[in-house]
Design a binder for this molecule. Structure first.
Ligand code: GDP
Length: 222
């Protein structure tokens, strides 16, 4: 099923939004964590992974999407945050919470993250349909973000840019950030052209993000 960018009219767009609402109204449950490549669960349902710099608002966004406060954090044992967490959504899709990258020592962190289990996962996952790459709307794109996009290009993993914390920037700044993100998307062969603008605080863009993800889900069992 195609997503919002392909919707021909308002009715098709509304149908996609409704499909997203219905999917995310279903239960979503943590079922697996992996710290090593050998611990990755066998590929099954379609997967959509979330990545971004530490503190970008990834946990908040996953919780807002699923309407389950604490879901993205509950599964993370303190001190073991560099793991990949897998959530089953209504037996139609798996959401994958990837470790945050590049907070303090960008290049070293990137090296460690992307050479390890995360890179193995991204390169070798046949059922990974899209990576949602989160960028903080309030701050400029960092070198770690650009490196992540280059690696996703190199690994030929389709990704979509999602701006977070849109509630916390003025309209002019937000407009500039959207334009910048769209330019980045045009420059990267693996990038989806539609940039999503979200806020976990206000719920802005959450229905649209649900719709994009629902378009990738396996059909509901009859
Ligand atoms: P993670 O490290 O990427 O999982 O980020 P978190 O979800 O833990 O959020 C990091 C910080 O950003 C926290 O202080 C959140 O309260 C804040 N935050 C997350 N989402 C939003 C948002 O939509 N708007 C605003 N203003 N702050 C947010």
């Amino acid at each position: 099923m195609s997503g919002l960018a392909e919707a021909k009219d308002e009715a098709e767009r509304a149908a996609l939004i409704e499909a997203g609402r219905l999917l995310f109204a279903r239960p979503c449950a943590f079922f697996h964590a992996a710290q090593k490549t050998a611990e990755l669960p066998p590929p099954g349902l379609p997967e959509v992974a979330f990545c971004g710099r530490s503190n970008v608002g990834k946990s908040s966004l996953i919780n807002a999407l699923t309407g389950q406060k604490g879901l993205a954090r509950v599964s993370q044992t303190p001190g073991r945050t560099r793991q990949l967490n897998f959530f089953n959504l209504a037996h139609r899709l798996v959401l994958v919470d990837l470790p945050g990258y590049g907070y303090a020592r960008a290049s070293k962190d990137m090296q460690r993250d992307w050479q390890g289990v995360m890179f193995d996962y991204l390169r070798g996952r046949p059922n990974l349909l899209r990576v949602m790459l989160l960028l903080d709307a309030r701050i400029e794109t960092k070198s770690a973000d650009r490196a992540a996009m280059d690696l996703l290009d190199a690994a030929a993993v389709a990704f979509q840019i999602v701006l977070t914390k849109a509630d916390d920037v003025g309209p002019q700044r937000l407009f500039a950030r959207i334009a910048e993100a769209e330019a980045l998307a045009r420059r990267h062969t693996a990038a989806h052209p539609l940039v999503l603008v979200t806020s976990s605080a206000t719920g802005q863009g959450v229905p649209e993000l649900r719709a994009e993800i629902a378009a990738l889900a396996a059909p509901a069992a009859a």
